[in-house]
Design a protein around this ligand. Structure first.
Ligand SMILES: [Zn+2]
Length: 329
């Protein structure tokens, strides 16, 4: 048995053990790893299936191809839904998806996010961590809806529209970072929280708990020097207007949200680490623990820093220009 086929077999066993809660059809997707394709846990909408929806249904749904969409209304031959690229289309059949939490795998499709020196794509690493987080949450009895269920582009507005449709208790967006400026003995994890809106305080607490769990999980691995910036830790970032800089935090204000930059895929030693399925699982389970603690305790979290204003050095990404929707069925 190759390593990949062993992992596939293990994934199949795990899938088979999940019990009757899991009604969604799932497709395994592969982590993009040069030289060795490795099976990631299946992703897809997490929810109970509903065969008939009332025409008044407002919420999120999965199309026959497993793409999660917000339901906007009814049409002559089905449902009006918002697509990943922000269009409104009619789909004949959908099923409701509900969840306590929304998990958001950053980037996707041709928007790969950061690419490590060995060629690993951030979007694929994000997908793998989210899949493990979702599985660990399910094991803890917490349902999660994914904004992105496969490797396709999805605009920030569409991710936020799914959050608006699901109305979860927390939203966690997973990313891997690029452009470190120094080396440290401890992980350079950065987590951004909302600075504005009714959920800002809880967004900060959620981020602190995620930081505590993710850095503890990473610290078990032996990396000779972690990439970091001068302001690693838990923080807010504002735009020129004083609002939250990141669309995923700004457009979800009112719902506690956190944007996790696990670590630097642009640092080769860390890239090797994040490409390992066992590490992806450890990080995903740490994310799940942080979320469960957020939902069930009043723990404050830790790692808070207060950096000076940061210049807008981000390449634009997450828009709808030239965006091609995946098949919706
Ligand atoms: Zn990213």
């Amino acid at each position: 048995m190759t390593r990949a086929s062993i992992l596939l077999a293990l994934a199949a066993v795990a899938a088979a053990c999940r019990g009757p809660v899991e009604l969604a059809p799932e497709r395994p997707i592969a982590v993009v790893a040069p030289g060795a394709a490795v099976a990631a846990p299946p992703v897809g909408p997490s929810s109970s299936a509903t065969t008939t929806l009332p025409t008044s249904y407002q919420g999120a749904a999965a199309t026959p191809t497993g793409v999660v969409v917000p339901v906007l209304g009814t049409s002559a031959d089905g449902w009006l839904v918002g697509t990943p690229c922000g269009r409104t289309v009619s789909v004949r059949n959908v099923r409701a998806v509900t969840g306590t939490v929304v998990l958001d795998a950053g980037h996707g499709g041709e928007e790969t996010g950061a690419i490590g020196p060995l060629g690993h794509k951030e979007s694929a690493l994000n997908t793998a961590v989210v899949a493990h987080a979702r599985r660990a949450l399910q094991a803890a009895g917490v349902s999660a809806v994914l904004t992105r269920t496969d490797d396709y582009r999805i605009a920030i507005v569409s991710r936020a529209a799914i959050v608006g449709a699901v109305k979860p208790k927390a939203v966690v967006s997973i990313h891997h970072n690029a452009s470190f400026s120094e080396m440290r003995d401890t992980p350079g994890t950065e987590i951004f929280h909302q600075a504005v809106g009714a959920s800002a305080a809880e967004s900060r607490r959620l981020s602190g708990l995620l930081y505590e769990e993710v850095t503890a999980a990473l610290a078990r691995y032996d990396v000779t020097g972690w990439g970091a910036t001068a302001w690693a830790g838990v923080k807010a970032r504002r735009n020129a207007a004083g609002d939250d800089f990141y669309g995923m935090l700004r457009r979800t204000q009112g719902t506690p949200a956190a944007l996790v930059e696990v670590g630097f895929v642009s640092h080769e030693a860390e890239e090797r680490l994040y490409a390992r399925p066992a590490v992806q699982q450890a990080v995903g389970e740490a994310v799940a623990r942080g979320i469960v603690r957020f939902l069930t305790t009043a723990d404050p979290g830790r790692g808070f820093v207060d950096p000076p204003d940061q210049a807008d050095d981000n390449r634009p990404s997450g828009g709808t220009e030239n965006c091609q929707d995946p098949p919706l069925g």
